[in-house]
Design a protein around this ligand. Structure first.
Ligand code: SF4
Length: 306
């Protein structure tokens, strides 16, 4: 068992390990900070979900934020906010031309993906995005490069036209191991094509995936904590399972069923890039105190003493 830089908490029932790299990334943190600073001065409309996290959404709503759609053309406030996932330039232009003031919280690492794909296209490569069709970040990239194909498995390669040069980038939150496998497969299937790949998976995502490998080696069960619509939290849970470790994607401690914990000695915790520290703390607290309280509750004690 490995325990590198993981944080360890020993309870009466379990050993809890927290992955070295987990939880909210700098990009989402910055977007929330910028939004809260703006909301302290004026109301604003967030064009989409700032973070795939209901707690963050409620907190910002309480501070005066409304939610709108990036693809829409009107909002109830003069100020609109583009989320860390980014947007297509044509969306920014449309909002600006409609008279709105934009606060753009696009993560610098999402901007890198747009820039790299733009360079590939300018060099004559046909654009391909490894990512989840419909995800807001991918939609932003497709908006800038309308002909781009989005692929997430070898079955999707049939949508890529027969061209001589393919320029490939990845959605920032895809597991890099999966991305590399897809690139290798694409090169294998199209040996006559020049495939240039720019790795745009962000380093916080890579760090979380690497830490997860260590966590899985040391844990009997992993909880990936984050919003149910958080792509990267779902990926963490899927990757853990692929690594051979039972894993559950949970949003809050109330979802934890006691039967999941039977026979479990070590529980590993990781969290997606939009998960608040307090969400992880709530799970730790539940595992340390709530379950313990139940174990030693008066009724349990009465049963034990009989
Ligand atoms: S997941 Fe990566 S790209 Fe997305 S906001 Fe966080 S740091 Fe930026």
């Amino acid at each position: 068992m490995m325990n590198g830089e993981m944080k360890t908490i020993q309870t009466s029932q379990f050993r809890i390990l927290i992955a070295e790299h987990s939880g909210m990334c700098f990009g989402v943190r910055q977007a929330i900070e910028t939004t809260e600073q703006l909301l302290a001065k004026k109301p604003a409309t967030i064009l989409g979900q700032l973070a795939h996290n209901l707690t963050v959404k409620s907190r910002l709503t309480a501070q005066g934020a409304t939610t709108g759609k990036l693809e829409a053309t009107d909002a109830p406030t003069r100020h609109v906010i583009i989320t860390a996932h980014g947007a297509a330039d044509r969306d920014r232009k449309r909002w600006r031309e409609a008279g709105y003031q934009i606060t753009d919280t696009t993560c610098p690492l999402v901007k890198v993906a747009h820039t790299k794909l733009a360079r590939l296209v300018s060099q004559g490569y046909f654009p391909v995005i490894i990512g989840k069709e419909g995800h807001v970040e991918v939609r932003g990239l497709q908006g800038d490069f309308p002909g781009a194909r989005v692929v997430l498995s070898p079955e999707d390669f049939s949508s890529i036209p027969s061209v001589k040069k393919l320029g490939v980038i990845s959605q920032t939150t895809q597991p890099i191991a999966k991305v590399r496998l897809l690139i290798n497969e694409l090169r294998r299937q199209r040996p006559e094509v020049e495939v240039v790949f720019h790795d745009t998976v962000c380093h916080p995502t890579k760090d979380r995936q690497t830490s997860l490998e260590k966590l899985c080696q040391a844990s009997d069960l992993v909880f990936a904590i984050g919003g149910k619509n958080s792509n990267n939290t779902a990926q963490l849970a899927k990757t853990a399972v692929a690594l051979g470790c039972p894993a559950r994607h949970i949003e809050s401690p109330e979802e934890i069923r006691e039967e999941w914990l039977r026979g479990i000695g070590t529980i590993g915790l990781t969290a997606g890039t939009s998960t608040l520290d307090e969400s992880v703390d709530a799970v730790v607290k539940h595992l340390r105190f709530e379950l313990y309280r139940r174990e030693v509750s008066p009724s349990s004690r009465a049963r034990v003493s009989h």
